[in-house]
Design a protein around this ligand. Sequence first.
Ligand code: CO8
Length: 259
Amino acid sequence: MENILLEYPYNNHEHIALVKLNRPKVLNALSTDLMEELVNTMLTLDKNPNVRVIILTGNERAFAAGADIAQMVTATPIDQINDQRFRTWEMLKLITKPIIAAVNGFALGGGCELAMSCDLIIAGDDAKFSQPEIKIGTIPGAGGTQRLTRAIGKSKAMMMVLTGDMIDAHTACDWGLVAKVVPAQTLMQETFELAKTISDRAPVAVRLAKEAVNKSFEMTLKDGMDFERRNFYLTFSSGDQKEGMKAFMEKRNPTYQGN
Ligand code: CO8
């Protein structure tokens, strides 16, 4: 792999993997090759029963400054279709383990969309988010008009998509795009702590909870509630639920096996 760095176990933690975008010279522009490597890495981690949480990050300067403009500058619509990039991006939805985006620097265009494809975003206080496609004559193509609107509402999404201007980390947090802002220098440490907390929780329940929250974007409230209820019932078939509730009654910490 050239464009992705994998650190697993991350910080010697057997349940946490770190995936790093690695095209620093072009601010981690998301080329087709990079996205294929990213998806393959994620699918491999998802299959590994020891991995419970995945952290996706870039570097201090950029999470990712968007899709690779050099690959698109002379593209025709048919080139875009044949490239199959959209299929690759869609495959991120298949990942069942929680993915935390740890964002320092630029998260622009496809970079912002990639962060939004993760389950939650933690931002360093120097992070900047935008959907700048309008400035180069196009529009978002991987969720920037859809996920962003659901995250921050129509009026603010319109402002971002129609101007292409950046917002800073605190604004992104106030608007609900980001879960938490931390000092840029401590981003990885804070994200690791959060990943540890999630990895201590019952893995079967974490998976079913992630699935249920994501369904809220795609279903009516009634159908979403039904889906949630079924996943709730399903947790009662897991050893983790038995262990979690028994440990509570016995006033001890649970030890989850993920079964
Ligand atoms: N693609 C390719 N190269 C890039 C990109 C990019 N998105 N962003 C930066 N680079 C390159 C620059 O060309 C430059 O390369 P070089 O050193 O060879 O000239 C290098 O990275 C460093 O960049 P700058 O010199 O421009 O650094 P600055 O600090 O001056 O500026 C900015 C930083 C503001 C981030 C600036 O680089 C910028 O505006 N970048 C482009 C941002 C952008 O428009 N992103 C949206 C791209 S379109 C998109 O994402 C559509 C997604 C659709 C989904 C597709 C799914 C299949």
